[in-house]
Structure formats: C-alpha cells, structure tokens
Design a protein around this ligand. Structure first.
Ligand code: MSP
Length: 560
C-alpha cells in the first residue's frame, strides 16, 4: 500500500473562539495539503479540537455551562472559521468523541499492562493556561525567577494546587505558576533520554526550522525530568478521560490530545493503514516541548520503532500585534472572523486576502507582526497592483482588441515573438517570461518542500510583476493602432493569458477562490486542479474569456 502524506495541526483548545494564531497554523497546513493534492499525491489533513482539562472546565464554569455543552458550542466557532477560510481537511477530531476516548483508554491500558507506568506522588508547579507541569529542575534550567522568601530544596512544598505568593513564573507564558502536589501515574522520561538524544541527532529533519531543532538539542543538553505525570486526580480535575485502571484519575489533557495523531489512523479511521507515520506535525513554537520531548517518548514506550516516528515537527513563529504580545488582558486578540468579515468586508475574496497575508508576510518559522495597515498594504500592492492589475489589463485588452478570443501561442513560436516584441530587451526578454512562468513548478516545489510559503508566493508574484513589465515593453495598445501588427498583438495577448493560466494553478494552494476566479475569467473549464497543467500549452484551442471579469481586489484606503 502506498503511503499517504499525513499532515496534522495541533488540536486547538476550545476555551475561547479562534484567533489569528490558530488560523495561522491551520492555513499553513491547508496550503501544504492543497499543494500535494494539486500534484496528484494522496494526502490526509487532520485537524480538530482539544476539549478536556482544567482550563476548559474553568472556562465552562465561567460561562455557567456544563463542560460538554460549552465545548459543543465553542467547537462550532472553529468549524465555521475553517469553512470561511476554505480549509479543506480530511478529518476533524474532537477529543470528546467516544471513539477517541476508548482509543486513549486502550493505549493507556497497553502501557499499564506493559508495566510502563509508575504510581507515585509528584510535587512541582503547574501552569493552568498552558496545562503544563514544571519541575523545580526545569524552572532552574529555564532561568525562571525564584520565589521570594523560600530556600526550600526542590520538591519540599506541600499542599493542594493553588496560587502562592512569590510563585515562579511559567517559562513559557510568564504567568504565575501554581504549586501542585498530586498522586498519579507517571511515564518515564529520563530513562529514554539517551535514546531520544540519539534519535534527534540522527534525524535533523525531526524538528524544523533549524532554529527549533537547535532549541531542542539544547533542551536535551539538560537532564530530562525523571517522569511525566499523565493523570490528574478526579477530585481536582474531573473533566477528562477516565483512567481505566485507576478510578480516582482522569488522563492528563496533553497526553489525551497528543495521542489523537495516533488514534485517528489506528482506531478512528480503521482502513487508513497508509497514513502512519505523520509527515508533518504543524505546531507553534510554544508547544515544541510537548511534541518533541513527550510525544516521541510516548510513541517509543508504545513500541513504535524509530523508522515509524513522525518525520517532521515544524514549529512556526508567533504573531505579535504591532509590537505587543497578543493577550486577553491587553484586549488585542485578533479575531480572524472580524478581519475577514469586517476590515475586508468589501473584498470579494476576503478570505483569500487573509490567507495570502498570513503566508506572505513573514517567513514561515519566524515571528511577525500583525496590523491592519500591513494587511491593507499587501492587498493594495501585491494583490491589487501586481496580480489584480495583470488580470484586469489582460482581460480588458483581450476583450477590446480580440473580442474576447484567447489566442494560444505554442512554445516554438516564442523566440520569434520575443525578438520582435521585446527586441529592446535583447536576449533576456526573449522567452524570459514564458520560461519564468514554466520554471515556477520547480521553484515552488523547492520552497514547498521546505515549507517556505513566503518564498513560493514571492516567486509566483514575481512572475506576475514580470508580466506587467512585459505589457509595458510590448505596448499592445500601440500594436492595436498600427495596421499589420495583428499577428504580433495576438501573440502578446496569448502570452499574457498563458502566463496567467499558469500563475493561477500555482496560486491554488494559497488563494483557492482567487485561483478559480482567474481560471474561469480566462474562459477555462473546471478549476486549476492539476500541477501538471502548469506547462506551456502546445495545442491550439479556441476559447473565449468569460463575459464578466469583475475586479479581483478593489483598492482600499489605508487606515489611520
Ligand atoms: N491544545 C494545545 C495543542 C494540543 S496538540 C496535540 C494547544 N492549543 S492552543 O489552542 O493553545 O494553540 C494551538 C496553536 O495555536 C499552537 O500551534 C500555537 O502555537 C498557535 N498559536 C497560539 N497563539 C499564537 C500566536 N499569537 N501566533 C502564532 N501562533 C500561535 O496548544
């Protein structure tokens, strides 16, 4: 059975509606999945929601709802945003699905039966917003400020979880931690340290980009905590999957959620043996530790051999708002629904503009800054001036000079064409545009292989700009005025139409509706669905552009 490319996103917490950060991971994963589909490769995109744990239980209580009713409501905000953003996933998993719950219990029982779990008491610090436990050792390594007025040795604190004056801050989100002492079930971490170090050394692609791989290597230079507690006492957190062999416990939310990557191919989609191992786990850099330390160790304990480990965990950067971190308390959370349905409401392809902005604005893997000005700038310049203008000019000229007929210029005529039309630009102008359009296949592939979405988009838009220059150089309006130039005029407009056809195919993973619109305005049937069609046409066909070709990206005044 041939392998299907298996891509995953994190399961988003449903304590609140989605924000720009969630949409970023989702759009990136969707763009890669669409790209593989365009190439004709089998691909499976898994996404979903993380619905258990203390944080969700607290949010439900604050909303005055039972947890299940609460998550049933909030999950809808994610699903409807994915619809708005044209996310084409193959499976949406909710961790409250009965089949996932049974699967997690089965895997847990497997670990228990295999004597992989230890029962003990743990002592340390808990971050509820991150649902993450920190040992004193980890806090010391992360350089967290120590508590005022205590000189207790590690693990000396006692008592139920709760805020403590002078509590250390969470190394990940910088919020105060709560002291926690709980009895539970543990997975061994340190026992697998040597194995993990070697695995990571031997698999430089395991974590990408390189900065995150190096971060993982330096995390591994410190000793791993002895254990990971994978349960929570029911007395404190009741909203979780019951532990089959321990009536007083529920499963730790991260343990439950990480297993989704395995429960889906192994239990929920029983026929999908072709999925494992995952090809890319898309995550944000804040959850690298869970994915690159805990997850492989969990799999290792479950008996997954090294060659069946996930291939790549790609940890992308963080969106800031202007120069600030996005947070509820600062009141600066960017709601994608408000951007698409508010700021961009007059745009016919608002969702695509948003998708384009996310993937073009910052190199995937680095941090970036969101602002309304930035999105409008991308809209007016790249999309309006370059792509939109090219479509508009080409279609209008086809309309005006050739009554909408699209001439097809076979490749072997392009040399003559180039010499005649772009004579002034010499050899460089010759076939340059056609070659640039055709070479997109290779350039985009190279970029997509490394998840360099901004590089792929830059190359595609570069061809659009070049086509605009070609219009200036060849000045079809002059050719139209001078008798005897009909053949040349036809060729110029034919070249432009062909470049646009190729560009629209490459645009599909990023801006699916825009790509379809260009395709249909060019009078082509169906949709830009095959990358193999991104070659210069060799056959002559009779085709006319669509009657209507409304402007794709109406210009918007920048705010402020
Ligand atoms: N539930 C866990 C993931 C479990 S996966 C088995 C979780 N959920 S989350 O909702 O908090 O975050 C989901 C994703 O959104 C993460 O990849 C995170 O990095 C991303 N982002 C959250 N805020 C972000 C920004 N401000 N910028 C970019 N992405 C960020 O973690």
């Amino acid at each position: 059975m041939s392998k299907t490319i298996y891509l995953t996103t994190p399961l988003y917490y449903v304590n609140a509606s989605p924000h720009i950060g969630h949409s970023y991971t989702e759009v990136a994963a969707d763009a890669l999945a669409r790209y593989y589909r365009l190439k004709g490769e089998p691909v499976f995109l898994l996404t979903g929601t993380d619905e258990h744990g203390q944080k969700i239980a607290q949010a439900a209580a604050a909303a005055g709802q039972e947890p299940q009713a609460f998550v049933d409501r909030v999950v809808g905000t994610f699903q409807s945003l994915w619809k708005t953003l044209d996310i084409r996933y193959d499976r949406f998993i909710r961790t409250t699905e009965p089949a996932h719950i049974t699967a997690v219990q089965e895997l847990l029982a497997q670990l228990y039966d295999g004597k992989k779990l230890t029962r003990a008491e743990y002592q340390g610090w808990y971050c509820t917003p991150d649902e993450t436990f920190w040992t004193e050792g980890e806090l010391a390594t992360a350089g967290a400020p120590s508590r005022a007025g205590t000189s207790s040795p590690p693990h000396a604190e006692r008592g139920a979880p709760g805020s403590v004056a002078g509590a250390p801050l969470c190394p990940s989100c910088q919020r105060p931690l709560e002291s926690a002492k709980e009895e539970g079930w543990y997975l061994r971490l340190r026992a697998h340290e040597d194995w993990l170090k070697q695995f990571v050394r031997q698999h430089p692609q395991f974590v990408r980009p390189e900065t995150r791989y190096n971060e993982l290597k330096s995390l591994l230079e410190q000793p791993l905590p002895e254990y990971l507690c994978i349960t929570r006492p029911k007395s404190r957190v009741s909203w979780g999957i019951p532990v089959p062999f321990s009536a007083d416990h529920v499963v730790y939310v991260w343990f439950d959620a990480l297993l989704n990557y395995l429960t889906v191919p192994r239990y929920l989609e029983r026929q999908r043996k072709d999925l494992w191992p995952p090809d890319v786990h898309f995550i944000g850099k804040d959850i690298l530790r869970h994915h690159a330390l805990y997850w492989p160790i969990m799999l290792h304990e479950l008996g997954v051999p090294d060659e069946q480990m996930p291939k790549t965990i790609f940890a992308h950067g963080w969106w800031k708002i202007g120069e600030q971190k996005m947070s509820k308390s600062l009141g600066n959370i960017v709601d994608p629904t408000a951007v698409v349905g508010g700021l961009l409401k007059d745009q016919p392809y608002a969702a695509d503009v948003y998708r384009y902005f996310l993937l073009r604005e910052i190199p995937f893997g680095q941090d970036g800054s969101f602002s309304e000005e930035a999105i409008l700038k991308r809209l007016n310049t790249d999309l309006g001036n370059d792509l939109g203008n090219l479509v508009n000019r080409t279609l209008s000229m086809l309309d005006r000079y050739l009554q909408g007929a699209v001439p097809v210029v076979p490749k072997d005529q392009l040399d003559i064409l180039g010499d005649q039309i772009v004579g002034g630009a010499g050899a460089e102008g010759r076939r340059g545009l056609a070659d640039a359009a055709e070479s997109l296949t290779e350039t985009v592939q190279r970029a997509m292989d490394h998840l360099e979405f901004s590089v792929a988009l830059e190359a595609i838009m570069g061809v659009a700009s070049r086509a605009n220059q070609y219009i200036e150089l060849s000045a079809p309006w002059k050719l139209a005025k001078q008798p005897g130039n009909e053949r040349q005029l036809k060729q110029v407009l034919g070249v432009l139409a062909e470049v646009l056809r190729i560009v629209s195919i490459h645009m599909e993973p990023f801006m699916p509706s825009v790509a379809r619109a260009i395709w249909q305005q060019l009078g082509l049937h169906g949709e830009p669905a095959r990358l193999s069609d991104a070659r210069w046409s060799t056959t002559v066909e009779n085709r006319s552009i669509a009657k209507d070709h409304p402007v794709l990206f109406p210009r918007m005044e920048t705010v402020g």
